[in-house]
Write a protein that binds this ligand. Structure first.
Ligand SMILES: CC(=O)N[C@H]1[C@@H](OP(=O)(O)OP(=O)(O)OC[C@H]2O[C@@H](n3ccc(=O)[nH]c3=O)[C@H](O)[C@@H]2O)O[C@H](CO)[C@@H](O)[C@@H]1O
Ligand SMILES: C=C(OP(=O)(O)O)C(=O)O
Length: 436
């Protein structure tokens, strides 16, 4: 079984460079499908499993994709298929982001209906409500969702009951080729929405107000290929910021954008961490003593749910009781059980987790239950006694490029290995005896 093995106790120092954002590149790749003329070139593309899945979806529907190091070239000029089967959607929910582009350009799209996942049920009703408002017909059945419209989509006013990132993106893309003006109210305001809007504008659309709660999209008759460089990944940046603080280290997170990370920076500072803005990123210095904090996850600009499990590792080392409340997803606490296996003192109460600190974590074999949970368990391993083994690395590979190598370059004692379970049982016994 493949594992990341961490021996706790090292302080992280040095510089780590942030990749392009997973949550920005996926919708941008989907948007390339709307260019009926010219090639799109996407730069600063992170080498992630999710990017490979999105490329597989595009290739499956006959788009011509050339992948270079950190650069993708997509030519979607020829007629495309309009169906993405289950195998892609089960690997990555963001596959549903091809619905808006295919519907708008070809009048039809069919995608396997995404099921729930480790962090919640995650319906797509708001995406579909937007398409319907623009005149599309939606059919859900036999595990698929199908949307179609013979005539071009018509601009509409769409109010989102929740500021959903995916729904905002899907509707924004569909509206970019609709007749007339679409207004999205209570739109998501994440930096990745702004990045997508910038790309759509380069393709010939007119999107105004991205980054605020009202986005206006003036549809174009045709979109053309464009060149675009993806924004830095604020969640990868945040993960390394927590790693630095946790190990009392001093790390420059190159590419981290303060403007995208204000809520995290505010909370880390409240906990006693020193964060300084430098010309090319954020420098993070961990204190000797961390203070507890109360945090609530919220849509941007609130505290990001994608940093919830990582900040919990910091709370476990704080002097006192912290509370973290998850309001974005209804069930994003699977990692709590795994932390407990490492001796964490935490209790789930409804949508909150009460975290008692400071606690001396103990190395154990634990499982990445989702992408960020996996990263958080690796971080916990950095300050645990003995060896921590994190399994189910497919989750981590969805969102982190060279995670182990980057931590190692900062001084962590960490390896990615393939370990036989029988062999592990023997190693485990030796480690336990030597720690007595
Ligand atoms: C690829 C990508 O960008 N993923 C991010 C995106 O996911 P994603 O776009 O799936 O997240 P949403 O913002 O849509 O979801 C937020 C909440 O709205 C609910 N909802 C959403 C759509 C809908 O039609 N109906 C509905 O009820 C969801 O179940 C969830 O409780 O934003 C999340 C919230 O910041 C992040 O955690 C994910 O990393
Ligand atoms: C939840 C996440 O991603 P996705 O929406 O792709 O599952 C994440 O990036 O933490």
């Amino acid at each position: 079984m493949e594992k990341i093995v961490i021996k706790g106790g090292q302080t992280l120092n040095g510089t780590v460079k942030v990749e392009g954002a997973k949550n920005a590149v996926l919708p941008v790749i989907a948007a390339t499908l709307m260019a009926s003329r010219g090639k799109s070139t996407i730069e600063n593309v992170p080498a992630l499993a999710d990017v490979n899945t999105m490329v597989d979806v595009l290739t499956h529907i006959d788009a011509d994709v050339e992948a270079h190091k950190n650069r993708l070239e997509v030519n979607a000029e020829n007629p495309l298929l309009t169906e993405a089967p289950l195998e892609y959607v089960t690997k990555m929910r963001a596959s549903v982001l091809v619905l808006g582009p295919l519907l708008a350009r070809f009048g039809h799209a069919k995608v396997a209906m995404p099921g729930g996942c480790a962090i919640g049920s995650r319906p797509i009703d708001l995406h579909l409500k937007g398409f319907e408002a623009m005149g599309a017909k939606v059919i859900v059945g036999n595990g698929y969702v199908e949307v179609f419209k013979d005539e071009p989509l018509v601009g509409a006013k769409v109010y989102l009951d929740m500021a959903s990132v995916g729904a905002t993106e899907n509707i924004m893309m569909a509206a970019a080729l609709a007749k007339g003006k679409t207004i999205i109210e209570n739109a998501a305001k994440e930096p990745e929405i702004v990045d997508l809007a910038n790309f759509l504008n380069k393709m010939g659309a007119k999107v105004v107000g991205a980054g605020t709660e009202t986005i206006k999209i003036y549809g174009a008759d045709e979109l053309v290929g464009a060149t675009h460089s993806i924004i830095p990944d604020r969640i990868e940046a945040g993960t390394f910021m927590v790693a630095a603080a946790l190990t009392k280290g001093n790390v420059l997170v190159e590419g981290a954008e303060l403007e995208h990370l204000r809520a995290l920076v505010a909370k880390m500072e409240e906990m006693g961490v020193t964060i300084e803005e430098e010309a090319n990123g954020l420098r993070v210095m961990g204190p000797d003593v961390l203070k507890p904090a109360d945090i609530k996850t919220l849509p941007h600009p609130g505290f990001p749910t994608d940093m919830q499990s990582q900040i919990m590792t910091l709370m476990q080392q704080a002097q006192g009781t912290s509370v973290i409340t998850e309001t974005v997803f209804e069930n994003r606490f699977m990692h709590v059980e795994e932390f407990r296996r490492m001796n964490a003192k935490m209790v789930i109460e409804g949508r909150s987790v009460i975290v008692e600190g400071p606690v001396q974590l103990q190395g154990a074999q634990v499982q990445a239950t989702d992408l960020r949970a996996g990263a958080a368990l690796v971080l916990a391993g950095l300050v645990s006694d003995g060896y921590t083994r994190v399994t189910e690395l497919k989750h981590i590979d969805r969102g982190y490029v060279d995670f182990t190598d980057k931590l190692k370059a900062l001084g962590a004692d960490v390896e990615r290995i393939i370990e036989d379970e029988m062999e592990f049982a023997v190693v485990d016994q030796v480690e336990q005896i030597s720690s007595l």
